[in-house]
Each structure stands twice: as C-alpha cells, then as structure tokens.
Write a protein that binds this ligand. Structure first.
Ligand SMILES: Cc1cc2nc3c(=O)[nH]c(=O)nc-3n(C[C@H](O)[C@H](O)[C@H](O)COP(=O)(O)OP(=O)(O)OC[C@H]3O[C@@H](n4cnc5c(N)ncnc54)[C@H](O)[C@@H]3O)c2cc1C
Length: 402
C-alpha cells in the first residue's frame, strides 16, 4: 500500500521483499479469506487501538475504512460485511486482495522485487545505503514496513527493529498478541473442538494481600473455542496481550461467562421454576432443555465441576448445588500457563515508539527521510480487520510523504 501510494504521486519506488511471494501475511489472514477492515468509521478504529489510537488520526484521515473498501472495489475486489462487522472479499479469497495490491503498485509504476532480503541500512549524510543480495541501493527516503515478530516462518523476524534502534529510536518491549491461551486444565482440554459464541472472558490475577477484589486485567466477549492445549477463538485471543505482558503468567486465570446475556439470578430463577414445576426430569435433561445452545459434553463438565450428579431428579437438588451449577455457567475459572507465543500470534504488540514518529507524515522525528508504517510501530488492535486498517492507512500516509 505504501509503495502504491508513493508511486501514485510520481515517486520512483522500489519495494524489497525477502520472500518469494509478496504479502504472505495477507494470504494467510482471516483463515485465508483476509478480513481487510472493519465496518465502522475512523473514530471507532481510533478507539479500538486504545492508548495508541490517537496516533492514527491523520493516517485514517488519509485513508479511512470506507476508502479502503472503495479502493479495493476499484481494484476489482468486491467486499461484503459479515454479522461481526468484519469486511471480507466477496470471493472469500485473500489472494484476490494480495493480487489487487500487487497490480495496483505495478500499475502506478512501482518496481516490486521479491527474494530481496534487506540485510543492512546505513544513513550517510542524508542518503540511505540499503544492502540487499550483494548490492547497495541508495535512496533519500525509505519506508520500513518489516512488520513484527509474529509467525516468524513467513519472513517477519523483527529485522526492522534493529535498524530503527540504529537510527536512534526506542522500541517498546514486544510481546505476542492475538495468540491462543495455554491452559493445562484437564476438563477444559477434553472439551476440544467446542465453540461457544458469545462467551464473555476476563483475565484475573491474584488479589493483592488484604483485598478480596481482583481487578480484571482484560475483558472482552466473542466466539470462544476449547482446544487440546487451552483456548482459542477471537475472545481468548483478544485478551492474550495482557497475559503475554504479565510477569507472573502462571498465576493468572481466565474466567468465562458462557451466558453473558443473562444475569446469574435469572439463570437461578429458571432452574428454581423448573424445580417448582415438579422437577421430575434429570438435572442433565433440564439443563439441556433450558439452554439448548450448549453441547452435552460441556454441560456434563459443568455438572462434574459443580459436584452435581446429572442423573438426579432436579427436585432432589439442594439450593447450594443449584447455585454451584449456575456459578459454572457464569464464572468457570481456568488456570493459565501463558500463551502460544509469536509462533501463533496474529500480531506483535510493542514496537517503534509512537512519540518518536510524526503521526501527520509517518516520518521519524529523529532521522529525516526515514518513515515507518504497519505493525513495526507500537500499535496493535483487536481481531476484526483493525490491524490491516492501521497498516493500510499508515502505509498510504507514509507513501504520500516519503
Ligand atoms: C495468521 C494471521 C491472520 C491474520 N488475519 C488478519 C485479518 O484477517 N485482519 C487483520 O486486520 N489483520 C490480520 N492479521 C494481522 C495482519 O496480517 C498484520 O497486522 C499486517 O499484515 C501487518 O502489515 P505489515 O505490512 O506491517 O507487516 P507484514 O504484513 O508482516 O509484512 C512485512 C513484510 O516485510 C517483509 N520483510 C521483513 N523483513 C524483511 C527484510 N529484512 N527484507 C525484506 N523484506 C522483509 C516480510 O517478509 C513481510 O512480507 C493476521 C495475522 C496473522 C499472522
């Protein structure tokens, strides 16, 4: 996007990519469907990025989510909005997005060179010497878009951080984000393959001495997947950055509310009503009928954890056991061991510190002619197309100014 935007205004552009294929991350994104942006306005994108969001104002003014959609449509990629607000190509093919960008940059006369790893960049009195494949190329402007450290197998090994540091930039400590969570909770691991959507998830640590309250470290709601190693799906992945950043990861736990739309008391009332109506059916059967959205395996696990014999008639269940069962639905707690790390992280949190980059141009405040865009910056958003939107917008703005 940066190469196309720069070439479009008449700059001579050379894009150097270490891989054989361009845009490998695009190809693997969104389950190979590429969630290109979110169906919202720029303000909501800013909000989604939290403390770093305001850095994106100018970039989003240069290329908003609507303009991303219009741009891709103009490049022949029709898009659709799904119920989650995620925007995908109608074709469901990430390769269409990647190919459109390559076509766009080439049509604007940018030169795209694959199999060209940059091995060093040196600034010699305002001219950058860029070393690649035995050659040294010279330019007055460079845009660093080497991404982060996630999925290192596809070329993103954090090379840009070293150059940014060499040019005087500070790097905010990086951690994997949007990555699955590890848990050795056996009963949860046995539920592998089950998805509950929506589930409200909360990360909690141990309470400070003398206090009963545990402030949540992170909270969100969305689709939640049990796996053989722990938890995945957007809800679990969206809270992973706080787990990865925590100094005592193994003291953290994940609390799940599997029926976030209903209060604890409402669920108790439903069970008590069923009990008053005779309670002749087994507890297992009653719960299956009351909340048919849950698979039998999950209900059986809740019953086990709540010390409830599911074959008992509901009428035989004490108020205490009813409460314990509802606690499982509203507040199942799982110990965490950490995350699956960079190998499976969709993004890298941390990176080139934002305060040293001019957000109106993407130019370094420390080294004239040096620009940054995309995930190399200390910016990471939630799942839902936000990270591509930030990459497209910052790339577009950097390209216009470099
Ligand atoms: C599995 C997965 C799924 C994802 N799905 C989505 C999604 O659906 N929606 C969304 O918004 N975000 C998604 N993301 C996140 C999104 O892909 C990234 O945030 C985005 O690609 C960042 O763009 P970028 O251009 O900054 O970096 P990247 O896309 O990572 O590109 C960096 C490029 O630089 C190249 N490079 C690195 N070092 C060098 C070097 N020394 N010399 C030459 N080239 C080099 C790399 O090979 C790479 O091609 C996903 C990420 C992953 C891993």
């Amino acid at each position: 996007m940066a190469a196309a935007s720069s070439a479009r205004i008449g700059r001579r552009v050379l894009l150097l990519e270490k891989n054989k294929k361009f845009g490998v991350k695009i190809l693997m994104s969104g389950g190979t469907r590429c969630n290109i942006t979110h169906n919202c306005d720029s303000r909501e994108i800013v909000k989604a990025f939290g403390r770093g969001g305001k850095f994106l104002h100018s970039a989003l003014a240069a290329l908003s989510p609507d303009e991303v959609v219009a741009l891709f449509e103009s490049l022949g990629v029709a898009t659709k909005v799904e119920s989650t607000g995620k925007v995908f190509p109608v074709s469901n093919r990430a390769i269409d997005v990647r190919d459109a960008l390559v076509r766009f940059a080439e049509a604007e006369n940018a030169t795209l060179q694959n199999l060209s790893p940059v091995t060093d960049i040196v600034n010699k009195s305002g001219v950058f010497d860029v070393q690649t494949c035995g050659a040294v190329l010279q330019s007055r402007s460079i845009i660093l878009t080497t991404g982060g450290l996630s999925f290192p197998g596809c070329g993103t090994t954090g090379d840009g951080y070293a150059w940014a540091k060499a040019f005087g930039h500070s790097i905010v400590d990086t951690v994997p984000a949007l990555t699955p969570l590890l848990s050795n909770c056996q009963w949860a691991n046995e539920l592998k393959g089950i998805t509950i959507d929506p589930t409200a998830v909360t990360i909690k640590g141990t309470a400070p001495a003398g206090s009963k309250k545990q402030k949540p470290l992170a909270q969100t709601a969305g689709s939640f997947l049990f796996t053989h190693f722990g938890f995945s799906g957007p809800a679990a992945m969206d809270v992973s950055r706080e787990v990865a950043r925590h100094p005592n990861r193994k003291q953290l736990r994940l609390e799940c509310d599997f029926l976030p739309g209903q209060k604890q008391q409402q669920l108790l009332d439903q069970l008590q009503r069923a009990k008053k109506d005779g309670g002749a059916k087994s507890v297992l059967r009653t719960v299956q009928e009351l909340w048919p959205e849950f698979p039998k395996r999950l209900i059986e696990s809740w019953l086990g954890e709540a010390n409830v014999d599911g074959s008992l008639r509901l009428a035989e269940l004490s108020a205490g056991r009813l409460n314990a069962l509802v606690e499982q639905v509203k507040r199942s707690a799982f110990p965490l061991q950490g995350t699956l790390g960079y190998e499976k992280a969709e993004v890298t949190a941390g990176g080139v510190t934002l305060k040293e980059v001019n957000s109106s141009t993407m130019e370094s405040k420390l080294c004239p002619g040096l620009y940054f865009a995309g995930e190399i910056l200390d910016l990471d958003g939630p799942i839902g197309g936000f990270n591509f939107q930030a990459a497209w917008s910052t790339g577009w703005l950097a390209g216009m100014n470099a």
